[in-house]
Design a protein around this ligand. Sequence first.
Ligand code: PBG
Ligand code: ZN
Length: 330
Amino acid sequence: MNSFHRGRRLRRTPVLREMVRETSLSAADLIMPYFVTETDDASFRQPISSMPGQFQLSLAELEKEVAEAVKLGVRSVLLFGIPAVKDELGSGAYASEGIVQKAIRMIKKNWPDLVVIADCCLCEYTSHGHCGIIAKGDSVGHVLNDATLDLLAQTAVAQAEAGADIIAPSDMMDGRVLAIREALDKAGFEEIPVMSYAVKYASAYYGPFREAAESAPRFGDRRTYQMDPANAQEALREMQADIEEGADLFIVKPGGPYQDIIRLMHDSFDVPLVAYQVSGEYSMICAAAQNGWIDRKAVIMESLIGLKRAGSKMIITYFTAEVLREGWVR
Ligand code: PBG
Ligand code: ZN
């Protein structure tokens, strides 16, 4: 063999491999999602069948869960709420006593330093399951964009008033970052950042989440507001719009199947990116691991480092508590 390049020289020992490693993962990169249910049953702890290891939790159970997470080193959580009653206008989302607002107050009272991110959307709270207002008689689920903005802005302010550290709009209405930014500023929350789901695809990988959050649309689908999976150029425009509207942090979602998009965003814009490893990505790894088809730890870690390598700074993942508990990430 006559070759100057021998890649194996730097792969010879674990320490050498560590020294030349280009990407790393640390506890501060990870965000743990939770589902909190509005219920009188304080011991409510309902397993989500399509997401093994994840639960719908009462406020009291969430408190226990977060207490453990904080001990493990979890730095940040993302909250989704499941209200006791849903209505046409999703009023539970912006009620001052809405379930997420209660959860935020509980968490911030106990753990002021934990970064609490509030998912800002209506789909968990609307009777039809869409992310905004639906016109009377509509059966395809064409959400009314501008009418919805006001409710999203109210939701963001209610979450900030409860003590949320970051507002994360996931609805994909046009102009919602600006509407939320203006409403937050007007209410005196000019220092509360917006983590926009800037590039969010109409993805089948959200399937398990819709069981978890009881938020599947009753009719139609989300394709008139979430992005077409075939599009990459369009992601540049979505990102540009959210930058101009004043977003601070930018989510690409799903994560793994859209690593090309994360890379494109990283190379095109100088902004902090967040990858959302969504429910379907989580469930697929769990299912294959349960069958003994893949090595659970190795695939989890490879999936997470892949999202960092693609260019994201942070990762929202349901594996956060597990990787810290197991000491796979510190
Ligand atoms: C609500 C929302 C969804 C997710 C996060 N926020 C579902 C959807 O848009 O249907 C998906 C998260 C996941 O699958 O883990 N707008
Ligand atoms: Zn939604």
